[in-house]
Design a protein around this ligand. Sequence first.
Ligand code: FA5
Length: 352
Amino acid sequence: MESSMKDRLQALEKRFEIDVQEAETEAALADLKARYLGKKGVLSGILRSLKDATPEDRRSVGRLANVVKGRIETKLLDARAAIERTAINVTLTSDWTDITLRRSLRAVSVKESGLHPVTIVQRELEDIFLSMGFDILDGPHIETEWYNFTALNVPQTHPARDMQDTFWFKDMKHLLRTHTSCIQIRGMEQKKTPPFRFVAPGKAFRCEATDASHEAVFHQMEGMLIGKDISVAHLIYFEKTLLSEIFNRDVEIRLRPGFFPFVEPGFELDINCLICDGTGCSVCRQSGWVELMPCGMTHPNVLISGGIDPEVYNGFAFGLGLDRLVMMRYQIDDIRHLHSGNVDFTRQFADC
Ligand code: FA5
């Protein structure tokens, strides 16, 4: 009795060793465990058949059965660890990122996802500006009334405050920035001594009705260049160079006088509407022109707010409408597509 039981236990262990080598998944291992060690498993069956054996046989076979059970459990654990290791190695070789690659190249290589068109254009612009010696700055979305208005030469009672419909906080001292121009002041404070030049891309918020070219949340890229003896000619040359870099083709622009309290003189730079080729559509409000980049020579009061002496230094600033630039670039006929959250829309740009 005892020897036949021991033979059965040895045979069971040998069969288990073959089976465990063939198990390639955790589910297969769980199945093996139930088959060999479960209540209705092979080992329990052998032990149950001991009920008629002598107490001595039961003891010695029981001891061996425990040893075999322990070995099977250890092998199951080893096999599970090996399966986990294999899975980790597969992930490590297939799913990795080369952090030494340039940001834009990394983004393009991720096929399953893509960047939002505003991000694509923003990053392209950042590269252009970096190549022109500009720094890239950032600023908070929640601003103080000082940075958004007063420091930019828009005093308390000035009607220009009504030009931009503001989301105010209850304390009436904080607001969601209505433009990125606040970073002109923050940038001057940070840079301190001219010459310097920087751009600051980011969101702006206005409590206004939306239409094909207006959103309540949109993107701008502020730019500022401060030095000595800067003129309107520098500004115009700079803008032409910038636009030819951005569009990589000839685009028709026009410069007309524009009023902004933080510049003097101020200009509106419009681009011939690329959606309708200037014939008139809902994006350009039938005018054939799209306001893209207001700009001008920085007002002396703004320089003073930023701690710069206007007797010594001057410069220019501009506020590029990023969403509209994206619309012109990709011929998008309604700004509301951009923030619609419609994946079918954004997916079109995944490989851009
Ligand atoms: C400004 O916001 C000024 N801060 C720009 C500026 C900076 C002027 C520096 C002079 C010097 P404006 O409100 O026109 O100006 O907005 C600038 C650009 O942002 C517009 O030409 C347009 O392209 C974009 N923009 C403005 N409002 C919206 C909106 N509601 N939806 C989408 N784009 C908008």
